[in-house]
Write a protein that binds this ligand. Structure first.
Ligand code: FAD
Length: 481
């Protein structure tokens, strides 16, 4: 009798508990991915459809997974519609002996899996829910009162205290597949843009799939040391570029954990960098655990005092921010990098988020939504948790009164201006001393660099000092409530 493996946000073959167990059971396999935009939303209003950049990534990742399965003798069946109903029906049709999947610890996804589990139980078909893509499950990291931890350092200490995560599972070498099942053509799902085709920059920047994920991990670990300082420099390629691969489960955090630990054991000189890197992976965990405890993380302030915050509606300013036209080079560079590549350097994410929320007084949810649509690593936990962190409304958040100065941030983390020059080419000929504040150059110096403020590059949309004071005044009002 066939065994079904339901692929979800785990588009890989190695360290895939569900696939591993299903393959070990010996029956012919049916590997299925269901594109289901509605079930999670029906079960929970907080679930959102994938953003545009994520849809593009998903299409590439499914192609890569299908190719890897084919190499091993199996096939990826694609279906679209309500996942629980489709898989339960398939299991009945083929008289499956069992259905396996890896758990996703996000409420709407769990709810869909619960529906499937129930339908299978009614039909008398076995199902096995395997451990998902977290180093520690939410149940393992609780206070005495049974609540999740809201401060990162004790959270991460507790995760580290659990010791190594479960051992890695190898990819099955060969798979026996069930023949004759029909599925959708991936193109019929229209995940990729056509007219206009805005994905050129994504194609240039990324190779989705399990192979590329491991390539990035190896290249990153070989290139250390220097992560601890380098990770803050958008002008250097010092980080792992693993985030979209982790988001779609092309690599598991356990694989990253063991590879990093192994590298540190081999080269003690990089042990400090490895600890820092693993703690970043810890932030991913922390965000996921927060989401587990607060399914409305993308909608509701974790700190209720922010419910009274006097956000303003300013469509023109929001548009200027989205398109990289604020007149602050480091902000504009970040927003253009995001539009072109589907990611933005972490330091710059903090700067642009702070600028939107504080200098422009625009609700963090507007920025979070834009990131959700444009990031290839858009994550239901990390994105809102980090936005709330920057806004000051979140868990273990930066205080609202800490307003990033976009000029100083630029000068500190992009000292020669190389990052700005790359993404804001109209400023490329400006000397470094003006690159983060072009308005301080004389008209002669601007003309020599081919820059016309208010012409080919905008004047600052808001004066830094004015914006900062306005933000602090708004915050003071909130605190009076
Ligand atoms: P590395 O420095 O190599 O870090 C390794 C891994 O650790 C990353 O791949 C990522 O999985 C995790 N990580 C690192 N920093 C963080 C962090 N602050 N929070 C959570 N996980 C982290 N990351 C996402 O994966 N998805 C998002 O939607 C997302 N939205 C963000 C929004 C804002 C406003 C900010 C400030 C940060 C956001 N981040 C998000 C976190 C971070 O910017 C990216 O994870 C990082 O830039 C990815 O690059 P990397 O893989 O080279 O990171």
């Amino acid at each position: 009798r066939p065994v079904i493996v339901w692929f979800r946000d785990d588009l890989r073959l190695s360290d895939h508990p569900a696939l591993h167990q299903a393959a070990a059971s010996g029956g012919p396999l049916i590997c299925i991915y269901v594109f289901d935009e509605d079930s999670a939303q029906l079960r929970s209003p907080q679930a959102r459809p994938l953003g545009g950049a994520s849809r593009w990534w998903l299409a590439q990742s499914l192609r890569a997974l299908a190719a890897s399965l084919e190499k091993r003798g199996a096939r990826l069946i694609l279906r679209r519609g309500p996942a629980a109903a489709i898989i339960a029906e398939l299991a009945r049709q083929v008289d499956a002996s069992a259905v396996h999947w890896n758990e996703i610890e996000i409420a709407p996804h769990r709810a869909v899996a619960d529906d499937l589990a129930e339908a299978l139980s009614v039909a008398g078909i076995d199902h096995h829910r395997h451990r998902g893509d977290l180093l520690a499950t939410p149940a393992q990291v609780r206070t005495k009162e049974g609540r999740g931890l809201r401060v990162f350092t004790p959270f991460w200490r507790r995760v580290l205290g659990l010791g190594d995560p479960p051992k890695l599972l190898p990819a099955p070498k060969t798979l026996s597949a069930t023949q004759g099942l029909s599925g959708d053509q991936l193109d019929s799902w229209m995940l990729e843009p056509t007219k206009p085709d805005w994905a050129g920059g994504l194609r240039e920047s990324w190779t989705p799939g399990e192979g590329a994920a491991h390539h990035n991990l190896t290249a990153f670990l070989d290139g250390l040391p220097g992560y601890t300082e380098g990770r803050d420099r958008p002008d250097c390629a010092a980080t792992s570029r693993l985030s979209p691969h982790l988001r779609f489960g092309e690599i598991s955090p356990r694989q990253v954990w063991y590879a990093a630990r192994f590298a540190a054991a081999e080269r003690p000189a990089i042990a400090g960098d490895i600890d820092k890197f693993l703690s970043e992976l810890g932030w991913r965990e922390f965000c996921r655990h927060l989401l587990h405890d607060h399914p409305d993380l993308a909608e509701r302030n974790l700190q209720a005092s922010f419910d009274a915050f006097p956000w303003i509606t300013d469509a023109a300013a929001l548009h200027a921010w989205q398109r990289g036209g604020t007149g602050y080079p480091i902000v504009d560079a970040g927003m253009r990098e995001l539009w072109h590549t589907g990611v933005m350097h972490n330091r710059v994410r903090m700067v642009v988020a702070s600028f939107l929320v504080k200098h422009l007084l625009i609700d963090w949810r507007c920025g979070e939504q834009w990131f959700w649509d444009t990031l290839v690593d858009a994550d239901a936990g990390s994105n809102p948790a980090n936005w709330q962190w920057v806004a000051g409304s979140g868990a273990d958040a930066a205080p609202y009164f800490r307003v990033f100065n976009p000029i100083l941030q630029g000068e500190k983390f992009d000292p020669a201006g190389d990052y700005v020059r790359r993404w804001v080419p109209e400023l490329a000929s400006l000397p470094a001393k003006f690159i983060h504040q072009p308005w301080t150059a004389t008209p002669f110096e601007l003309a020599a660099a081919g820059v016309t403020l208010g012409g080919n590059y905008p004047e600052p949309i808001v004066d830094h000092r004015v914006g900062r004071e306005r933000a602090l005044a708004a915050y003071a009002k909130t605190r009076q409530h």
